[in-house]
Design a protein around this ligand. Sequence first.
Ligand SMILES: CCCCC/C=C\C/C=C\C/C=C\C/C=C\CCCC(=O)SCCNC(=O)CCNC(=O)[C@H](O)C(C)(C)COP(=O)(O)OP(=O)(O)OC[C@H]1O[C@@H](n2cnc3c(N)ncnc32)[C@H](O)[C@@H]1OP(=O)(O)O
Length: 227
Amino acid sequence: MNSPLSASSRTPQDPAAENLKHQREAIAALGHELRLLVDATVRTEASPETTQRLADGVRALTGQLIGRRRSPADIPEVDEFPGGVRMYSPVTGPGSPMAPPMRVAPYEGGVVGRCLLGIAHEGPPGYGHGGISAMLLDELMGWACAAAGRPGMTISLQTRYRGPVPLETPLRVRAHVTATDDRKIYTKGSIATEEAPSTVLVEADGIFVAPDPDVARALFPILDNAQ
Ligand SMILES: CCCCC/C=C\C/C=C\C/C=C\C/C=C\CCCC(=O)SCCNC(=O)CCNC(=O)[C@H](O)C(C)(C)COP(=O)(O)OP(=O)(O)OC[C@H]1O[C@@H](n2cnc3c(N)ncnc32)[C@H](O)[C@@H]1OP(=O)(O)O
């Protein structure tokens, strides 16, 4: 489920579509390698000398990426907004070393996200950080809003932690819209393992608001440029 809001009208033969695919594949490949690096970094028991040498090597690599850079308000050319592909999302972004990354698909009137958490996402030893669980749920409930045609921003997120979320275990995150009231969108979400999907480990209630159009244009100038 790449884009809950807009299907691309480009055909696979379209050079622009081919170029976009190529760019996204390269970004995902770098993201994948960086996630392996992050995992290796938080697991390593290497000597201080080795660790220092690696820090120097990574600094040299970072130097190669510093050229033309986007500022926080810019939407990457490889993204779709609002709703859709976010290559650098900290939850779903295949290009983000922070992201598990979660893969999202439609599911029973809502959406389901599948991912594994690693040691980099650890809270209590061996289990996921509660803030990471909240982040997964917040994101997926946002996707549920977008998939229902009502993209919005979180104004309230309530999480209940019923059981610890195991690391390196396939997870199933679910979210759906329960009601709407004018610009407010009410959602529910949950996290379970793939193995025991009916044993809810974390559950959440989220309220989202579709911003007033003037507020949305002020917050996201790209909406003006797109017209
Ligand atoms: C067309 C643009 C759509 C923009 C969507 C943006 C992102 C979605 C993009 C992609 C979706 C796809 C995937 C999901 C991705 C990510 C999910 C993560 C989501 C987040 O990570 S998001 C970051 C954290 N989130 C914030 O950073 C919001 C801070 N917030 C604000 O920026 C404003 O709040 C805003 C702009 C939301 C609304 O502003 P506004 O001016 O349009 O609306 P207003 O203030 O009038 O509120 C309307 C009614 O909500 C009530 N209300 C407001 N706040 C409340 C609260 N806290 N508690 C209880 N009720 C509240 C009011 O009381 C009124 O209720 P009533 O009408 O009954 O009086």
